[in-house]
Design a protein around this ligand. Structure first.
Ligand code: 13P
Ligand code: SF4
Length: 330
């Protein structure tokens, strides 16, 4: 079936259903175009939790749909593909506990640890953080949340993205380390879990040097999941929404090289926009959702079959909500 026919079928199905479709910026163009609302992780969570429709179809990755369910438990959140962000998969509750134990063995008491989890983590990890009085943050507010968390006078245990943790530490002039890197965690303000995004690891300082040599006036903009040396050599670092805003405000003739996911970079501007890598930085899990999957989810909703629904136990939801809500309160 052609993609136009599929799109028409989806739009027609949607007319008869109480459903809102949201999509992250990394989704395939054809899926992205059909969404009622698009945004970065924070904007999507906020919008979707307030949306009035009882059914929400989330085109993105698992932790994003879960965040909505944590915030709005009465909403039915369905994902056309239960795609799990590879970084979020790098940590579970056992690994989280192991890291807390490692810090305790190095002489930091549990009550002196303030955990902060990047929103790219499971509901269970958010709940473990919530139980310890910690916070969730996103790429757009990590600095604000860490500033607040530091007011507790405790050491920050930042999970799971070591790059985001290190980038914020550099930005704030603080000391950071990665658990297991051989350094003494007691000497660090921000102790990072050893997780990362394989897509954003693709960007290197050599790519920046290549573009700066080729186009001396080019601007380099990157996502804070990129390596610290890459962010340090960039002209602007921000969440997906912040990158879009920054780039859209540039004069059309301004060349820009962007270090984030391919689908988003590709639809940013007609000209003068480059992907900051010689290989295509596609997020495999974000790309799992196809028009067919979206259509099938709507067909199931029509039949009253809610396959692909996000379900979270009330115990997990309660503590995960505490961590997420502390973020929203700031
Ligand atoms: P944003 O919150 O910036 O949209 O980032 C989500 C993400 O997974 C980036 O890789
Ligand atoms: Fe996860 Fe990286 Fe994909 Fe973002 S780009 S959803 S962090 S794997």
């Amino acid at each position: 079936m052609s993609s136009n026919t599929l799109k028409e079928e989806i739009l027609k199905l949607k007319e008869d259903l109480d459903v809102t479709i949201v999509a992250h910026f990394y989704q395939k163009d054809e899926v992205f175009e059909l969404a009622d609302f698009t945004g970065d992780s924070l904007e999507l969570a906020k919008f979707a939790a307030r949306d009035k429709n009882p059914n929400l179809v989330f085109c993105g990755v698992g932790f994003m749909g879960q965040s909505v369910k944590i915030l709005a438990p009465n909403k039915r959140v369905l994902m056309p593909k239960m795609a799990c962000c590879a970084m979020a998969k790098m940590i579970d509750v056992n690994y989280y506990d192991d890291n807390v134990n490692i810090l305790q063995k190095s002489g930091i008491k549990k009550e002196d640890i303030m955990p902060v989890t990047y929103i790219n983590s499971s509901a269970e990890v958010k709940a473990a953080v919530g139980k310890m009085g910690g916070y969730v943050c996103t790429s757009s507010n990590a600095k604000t949340i860490i500033t607040k968390a530091l007011q507790s006078g405790k050491k920050i245990l930042f999970v799971p993205d070591r790059c985001l943790g290190q980038n914020i530490a550099i930005d704030m002039g603080l000391k950071s380390c990665v658990v297991g890197d051989g350094s003494d965690p007691k000497a660090a303000d921000i102790i990072c879990y050893n997780g990362f995004c394989s897509v954003h690891q693709l960007f290197d300082v050599e790519d920046i040097e290549f573009y700066r040599e080729k186009y001396p006036d080019i601007l380099i903009v990157t996502h804070p999941e990129c390596k610290p040396e890459v962010c340090a050599a960039s002209d602007f670092v921000g969440s997906t929404s912040q990158l879009i805003k920054y780039i859209k405000e540039l004069p059309v003739e301004q060349k820009v090289a962007v270090g984030t996911e391919y689908n988003m970079v590709n639809r940013l501007r007609e000209k003068n926009t480059y992907v900051l890598s010689s290989s295509k930085p596609e997020c495999p899990t974000m790309n799992e959702t196809r028009l067919e999957d979206l259509r099938d989810t709507l067909l199931l909703i029509k039949k009253g079959d809610y396959e692909g629904e996000i379900l979270i136990s009330e115990e997990t939801r309660k503590y995960a909500f505490e961590a997420l809500n502390r973020m929203f309160e700031i």
